[in-house]
Design a protein around this ligand. Structure first.
Ligand SMILES: [Zn+2]
Length: 350
């Protein structure tokens, strides 16, 4: 009997549809109509293009990130110019030092590789917004994001090799000041060290850089999507992992706590990293702090997956990339750090 009723209702639908069928398809009939009602639109201005800078000449492609290179300062300027030509108005710099040591001395050296690149890019393209990553992992010989609990710093109450919080803040202060002196437009502390935003804010203010914004990697997960980046920046930890400072991928309420602390400490912009597997996190953080610009980091592993599938002819690279970036913006990101920036800007321009 029940089946008969369902069948009967269906046949009624076919016979007298117009009185009760609601028709969202009306607004999808033509390209012009679809464009009129489009809620999210990507723009080249939304992108921040990451550049890996190293000593020496020329460029070398990163095996796991086709189309992305380790660059000399000169080549970094060249790629920043290419970005500017395509309407991408910001780059973020990562440095590969000549030498690594337990503290990462080149990280705050006046003539460090990132400091050189900042000056060179600002000289050639003054309008380019130069963001700098402020962390220790690319510069330390152990590959960790801070000073380790060992040797002279050893604190018996903490595990051997633990990333010490407050001694690390002192190094981050030096790095931020050094980037400011070289001419950075935005500093972006990325180590998930407690108090990093407030400490850097205070230090910058006292040094007269009270107008220099901080983009905080407020919500950064201990993700497996960072693999190719570690090859690119030569910053893989020599032992252990980053789970004692980066967040557990299973947590989202904790993201609100991290973001709230950074807002309180004076962050001007917030970031969620990675992006694609964390669209829900982008959404809740944006909902909680709509007054701050939000960035999402479309990380190396996300990029590598798209490039690998595209190279095999399994997906349409341009369409999948633009769909993915649109999803990040739809979720709440105002800005997207992405290795696809130059290609995406070209595709958007048609
Ligand atoms: Zn780090």
């Amino acid at each position: 009997m029940a089946l008969f009723e369902i069948g009967n209702r269906q046949s009624k639908t076919v016979t007298h549809p117009s009185s009760f069928v609601r028709r969202p398809r009306r607004l999808r009939t033509t390209p012009a109509l679809r464009a009129m009602v489009r809620e999210t639109e990507l723009n080249a201005r939304d992108f921040i293009y990451p550049l890996f800078v190293r000593h020496g000449q020329g460029r070398s492609e990163i095996r796991s990130m086709p189309g992305i290179y380790q660059l000399s300062v000169e080549e970094a300027v060249h790629d920043a110019e290419a970005a500017a030509m395509l309407g991408v108005s910001a780059v973020i710099l990562f440095g590969i030092p000549a030498q690594k040591d337990p503290i990462g001395l080149e990280n705050f050296a006046e003539n460090g590789i990132v400091q050189q690149a900042i000056r060179a890019i600002k000289k050639e393209i003054p309008e380019m917004v130069v963001v700098t990553d402020v962390c220790l992992c690319e510069y330390t010989d152990h590959g960790h994001c801070g000073i380790l609990n060992t040797g002279e710093h050893f604190q018996p109450s903490l595990p051997e090799g633990y990333v010490l919080n407050d001694p690390t803040l002192e190094v981050l202060n030096k790095v931020a000041i050094s980037h400011a002196e070289a001419g950075a437009d935005i500093v972006a502390p990325s180590g998930m060290i407690d108090g990093m935003v407030g400490t850097i804010r205070g230090t910058l203010d006292r040094a007269g850089y009270n107008n220099l914004p901080i983009l905080s990697y407020a919500v950064k997960y201990a993700s497996s999507f960072y693999g190719p980046f570690r090859e690119a920046a030569e910053g893989a930890p020599r032992f252990g992992d980053r789970k004692s400072h980066q967040m557990d991928p299973a947590n989202v309420r904790e993201a609100l706590r991290e973001a709230a602390l950074d807002v309180e400490e004076g962050a001007d912009m917030l970031m969620v990293k990675p992006a694609l597997a964390y669209l829900d996190v982008i959404h809740v953080v944006k909902d909680a702090f709509p007054e701050l610009p939000m960035a999402a980091y479309n990380v190396s592993g996300e990029y590598a997956m798209v490039k690998a599938a595209a190279a095999n002819g399994w997906i349409d690279e341009a369409k999948v990339t633009l769909e993915t970036l649109t999803a990040m913006k739809r979720a709440g990101a105002d800005l997207i750090l992405t290795y696809h920036a130059l290609d995406a800007a070209k595709w958007l321009a048609g």
